[in-house]
Each structure stands twice: as C-alpha cells, then as structure tokens.
Design a protein around this ligand. Sequence first.
Ligand SMILES: Cc1cc2nc3c(=O)[nH]c(=O)nc-3n(C[C@H](O)[C@H](O)[C@H](O)COP(=O)(O)OP(=O)(O)OC[C@H]3O[C@@H](n4cnc5c(N)ncnc54)[C@H](O)[C@@H]3O)c2cc1C
Length: 781
Amino acid sequence: MALLRRIFSRRTLAYATGGTALFVGGGYWYLNSGPAYPVPTVSTRRPPPPWTPPTRAEMLKQLKASGSVTEGAQPAEGEEYDLLIVGGGATGAGCAVDAASRGLKVALVERDDFSSGTSSKSTKLVHGGVRYLQKAVFELDYDQYKLVREALHERRTFLHIAPYLSEMLPIMLPIYKYWQVPYYYAGCKLYDILAGKENMETSYLMSKGKALETFPMLKSDGLVGAVVYYDGQHNDSRMNMALIMTAVKLGATVLNYCEVTELHKGPNGKLNGVKVKDNLTGEQFNVRAKVGIINATGPFTDALLQLDNPNHEPIVQPSSGVHITLPNYYSPRKMGLLDPATSDGRVIFFLPWQGNTIAGTTDTPAKVTKDPEASEEDIRWLLEEVRRYLSPDIKVRRGDVLSAWSGLRPLVRDPSAEKTEGLVRNHMINVSPSGLVTIAGGKWTTYRAMAEETIDEAVKTFGLKPKNGCVTQTIRLIGSEGWSRNMFINLIQTYGLETHVAKHLSETYGDRAWTVCSLAEPTGLSWPLYGKRLVSQYPVIDAEVRYAVRHEYALTAIDVLARRTRLSFLNARMALDALPQVVDIMAEELGWSLAERQRQINKALDFFGSMGLSPAYVASHKPRPIPRGTWEKVQTGLWDACVTLVHIVRPSKAAEVTPAEGFAPGRSKFEPGEISTLRHAYVSHKKATDEKVHLDEVLDILREVPGYSEVSDKELDYVLNEAGLTGQLEFNFDEFIEVRISFVPDGFISGNLKEIMFAPSPPKTSRKRTIIPVEKSGGGV
Ligand SMILES: Cc1cc2nc3c(=O)[nH]c(=O)nc-3n(C[C@H](O)[C@H](O)[C@H](O)COP(=O)(O)OP(=O)(O)OC[C@H]3O[C@@H](n4cnc5c(N)ncnc54)[C@H](O)[C@@H]3O)c2cc1C
C-alpha cells in the first residue's frame, strides 16, 4: 500500500509527466530537425512562367536617363535613383535585392562581371564557423558568440531562399589524440545547440573503422576516431547571379562592366550622383541618385572612399586565401574534412564541390590587387598539407591540381573608431559626411543580414520612404519557386537529358533549368536527345552559354567559363578545351567578328594562366576561333595546308619516330610520339633501355628532348619526391619514363616533370607567413 502510494504520489506523477513531455517534445524536435526542403507539388512538374530580363542596352538606357538632366533642372519623376549601389559582389547584390524588395528605385553597377571579385573565390561554405565558436568559448567572447549565432541563423535562411543552390554538408574532424575526442565532440555539440531549431543535422562521433569506411582516403596511422558536424555549402557565383537576377525581377537596374570613376556632390557637399564608365565601350556618363550611394566594393572600399575624400586614410587590410581543385577521388562524394591545426596554424578545408574536391585556406595578409593569383608556393603548401592527412597510398601530385585561385577578404577598421582600434570583428557600416554609405567585411553567409542593416541605415540616414520593411528572409531567389529536389526527373522525361546533366541543370538554375533546356540543340543521338556537353567530363551543356548571354548578362567568354558555369574553377584545362566552342556560340549570340573572337580567346588564356595553368601549357594548347562562314573556312583551310606542307618539308624530331613504338601505361601524360623521342634520347646515352642511367645524367638526357630543355634540378627533386624515388641514384628506362605499377605505383619521372614544368615555378626565396588571427578574419574558414 505504501509502495502504491509512493508510486502514485504527486511528486512521482509530476516527474513521470515531465519526463514524458520532455521525451515527446525532444523526439518531436529531433524528428523535425534538419533542413526543410521545398515540398514538391504538381506545379514543380511544369516549367514556371517564362520571364526574360531587360537587355543590357535597355538597362544602360535607364541608367543614362537618370543622369541626362541638365544642370540645375529638376529631374523627371522616377528618373533619379533612390539608391545607387557600387559593387556587384555578394554584398552589393544583397543590398540590391533588399532595397528593390522594399520598393525603392535602385541601380547597381559593377566594373567587371558580377561576382568577379571575392564572391566567386570563396570556400563555398555557408557556415557559423566552428573555429569562431572555439574562440568565443575559450575567450568568453560574447561578440564572437553573437557572430556565430547570427551566421547560424543566416545559414538556415540561405537554404530556405535558394534551396537549389545550397545544401548541407557533413564535415569530418579527424582525431589523432584520445584527449581530443571529448573536446571536439563537446565543441560540435555546442555548435548544434547554438543553432537550436535552425540546426541542420546533429553532429556525431565516429569510430576509427567507421571514419575510414566513410573517408577511405584518410591516413589511418594514429587515427582514433572522428567527429562529424554539419554546415552548408553553395555555389557562390551562381548564388551571386541569383541575387542579381532577383533584384532585376524586382525592378532594379543592374549593369556589369560599368565602373564608377567619379563621385558628384551638390552645393551642400552631399553626394547626388556618380560618373560611370562603360568598360566595354569606354563611354562615360552620369548617373543621379536622389540621396544615397552605397559603397559595396569589398577589397576596393578604400578606392571609392578616396574618391569621396582624397585625404581618406585606408581602412582595408586585405587577407588572401588560396584554393585548389583536385579530382573527385581525393574525397568522398558527400563528406568534407576540416584540419583545424595545419603545420603553420592555419585552418584547411577539404571539401567535395560540384563533383570535384576543393582544398583551401585563408588568412594570409595581402595587397589589394584586381586579379589576385594563387602563387605556386601556396599551391605546393596546400599539397603538402593534403599529403599529411591522406593515406600514404595516395600520391598527391602537382599534376592533380585542376585549378587554383586566390581571393581577397576585405578586413576593415571602423573609420569612426579611434586610430589604435584594431580590425572590426565582422562587417562595418559607415556613413561619411557626404552621405557615402560604406558596407565592408563580413562573409558570404551573412550577406543578407549585412544588406538588411545597410538598407536600414540608408533609409534612416536619407529619410527614404520604402513601401515596406525588409522582407529578404522570406523572398525566395529566382529559380527557387518552381524547384523541387525531383525536378531533374521531369527534365529528363521532357527533354531526354542524361541524368547527370539534368541534375546539374536543376542544381544550377533551379526552375530556370526549363528555360536552359528550351535553348538546347538536339544531339542527333538516340540518347541523350538534348544536352550537348561542352567537354565530356563535365555536365555543362551548350545551351548554358546561350542562356548566360540572353538571361544573365554574360559578355565575355570568361564570364561564361568562370562564373555562369564553373568550368574554370573545376578544371582550368577543360575550360581551355571548351573555350573555342563557348566563343563560337557567344559570337552567334553577340555578333562577334573574327578579331573579337580572337581577343576573347586571348583574354581567357590570360585568365586561365591565373588559375594555376602555366604559360607553357597555355602556349602549347592555344586554341583558335572556330571558323564561321565560307571565307573564314577557306582562310583556315589554306593556313592548315601551309602548316602541313612545312611539316612535310621539315619534319620535327618527335614526328620522326612512330608514336606506337613501345607500350607505356602512363602514355596519357605524353604527346603522341613523345615517349619515342624520350627513348631516343635515352638510348643515345646508354644504347640499351635496360641499362641504368645515373641521377646526374637524367637531366642531361631530358634537356636534349624538345619541351624539356628548361627543366631544373629543383623540379627533378620535387618530382622524385612526389614519385617516392628520393634517394635512388640509378634509373632504368622504365623508371626514367614511367615506373611499372608493381614497382612504384604511377611513378613517372618525365611525365610528372612535364606537369611540374607546366606549373609556374615557386619564388626562389620562400616568404615567412604571417597569419591573421581567426577572430579578426571576419568570415570565411
Ligand atoms: C579565400 C576566401 C574564402 C572565403 N570563404 C568563405 C566561406 O566559405 N563562407 C563565407 O561565408 N564567406 C567566405 N569568404 C568571405 C566572402 O567571400 C566575402 O565576404 C564576400 O564574397 C565579399 O563580398 P563583397 O561583395 O563585399 O566583395 P567582392 O565580391 O569583392 O565584390 C566587390 C565588387 O566591387 C567591384 N568594384 C570595385 N570598385 C568598383 C567601382 N569603382 N565601380 C564598380 N564596381 C567596383 C569589384 O569589381 C567587385 O566585384 C571567403 C573569403 C575569402 C577571401
């Protein structure tokens, strides 16, 4: 009886009810956590209503109309802009969407292409930043904590407003010391808790075996387990494009290749317009803004501030970050990796992206330059780090670097703060006495919140009368409305596309993929019916080029290859291969002459040179424009005939020997006939290919072979190290040219040397790295 009374006592019942409520509530919360993907409906089975944006010429006309008012006269109602945004990266584009969606009359000008600055060169993470959280906890830093919290909130918004461009990605933290297990696990759990109901998926611990099963490329030596947490990943330049096109749909005037060269002030010293130069034609004209000009020029913030006030003291301290793209076999398809403690203390990310793997790091102080390049030293440092945590049976080769790029993060000092004040933690909004609103810093993930604050500030400062408040948390970006995760199936069923191509189109353009498909040419095959790939390895199709020109203001071949499609970021060599075709389609769309096509090719070659392709490679693979029309075809035919004639009269050394001579498993690395030429040179030294040559002779032999004359001792050392042949003094022909699979897997000397030679050389003196502390890095990794 006493027992029953105790069981049914009020206290026990209260505990039981509380426990049940907690269990049910917790269960409900857990089951409903994770990203809410858009619910597929019947409407997502059909193409959305068609929409064609205004042309660039129409935009230009609108922009010029605002400035054509004669001095002193009152401009016509509606011609002046409420706000003029300078800079078409994430920040500027975000501001344009925000302002236009509040009903303000807004214009945006970008001097190059949209997202050609930092915004296409990020790590592509949509994240709160686990490293910042670590700082917040260890240093009990409340501001840092707030930043992580805000970014985690924005991460969720990102996935809601552009679901086709962003997705969640599990990221593994490999653990090599037992004491780190509770440390990393607790850290990741805290990250989940901070995200609260906006969390994507909860983090979890993995045994060593499970970690290796999921990430077989990982070094198993000393591994004790791993913690996996979730963050978001997106396609940065496509996201930028979606923002720009959403702003256009909301009524904004946007123009790429239009640079602000002067700021105009009225008699009261307040800004009222700018001079813009059309960088395509060189034409200059004025644009009037009723009240506000927004400086969203990222690393170039100081240049615009100097136009406003020639005595302006620079506030930007740029920090650069380098990334390389590696083939997809370097990482699992759906698992990233974070190394929080590299050899020099920087963080390195290693992430699957668009079917390949990207590895990158940030936070090296740099100078502001328009086109920062990844240095060979940085590329090799990244490879060295990658080597450290990958299994020793994976040979990390320089030749596997498919693309490389560098981006500049604009870290800023608040100009209104005391001189001694350091860099601001995240972003900064400053209004100068003339009314220039500067927004700088921050990160991609928080672009929306930054834009909201900036436009709030502009509305307050300039007394603007928007129709409504900020609505960007709910406005879904272009391509999102009619998109569902199964939309690609409808594309296949309607257009007869390859699955890979359909998925790529759906995840790149959202519901606009229907429009892209409508521009596709039939393949003439029984399958796929539509969707001619530009290069066989990537699912990018011809119709995307037309779409980019007609619907996304692509004006150069680089716009298409780097930012509308991501080919040059994924594989610079493939981008080079696709170049003539892209130029040809664009020529049809834009009416380019032969000279213009050649100019586009030359400009693109320079650009690819900045993406890890050496000038030597570019020079030896220089494409020519595809001839158009009879006259051009005749000209090209005549030229080719002359070249053939010259070759017949003066055959080259490589052509003297038959390409088929001798089987070589690694022959893909060589041009036809090249192995025979190498054999020739080898035999001329030793007479028989089974005789060994000494290390000292290797270079002498190689230097006799066309294309290898510039090879240096250092390059040979690097290659021997990559091939695992360091310390070996003698080599037979197989080792010289390629080492049989059974001996050292894939250990080429000359093939690898060629790749190294095709890469730009690292600087002679290696510079000492300075690292910007993570809490000052204002975003990124
Ligand atoms: C290496 C690296 C990795 C990063 N990774 C991440 C990440 O994973 N996640 C994340 O959230 N953030 C990341 N970031 C941060 C993020 O990329 C940047 O915060 C963001 O892209 C900055 O955008 P922005 O618009 O301010 O600058 P930008 O993209 O540089 O845009 C500024 C634009 O202004 C234009 N401009 C300049 N002067 C003029 C003029 N006079 N007239 C007209 N136009 C002009 C420029 O051409 C440029 O396009 C990373 C940053 C770096 C450097």
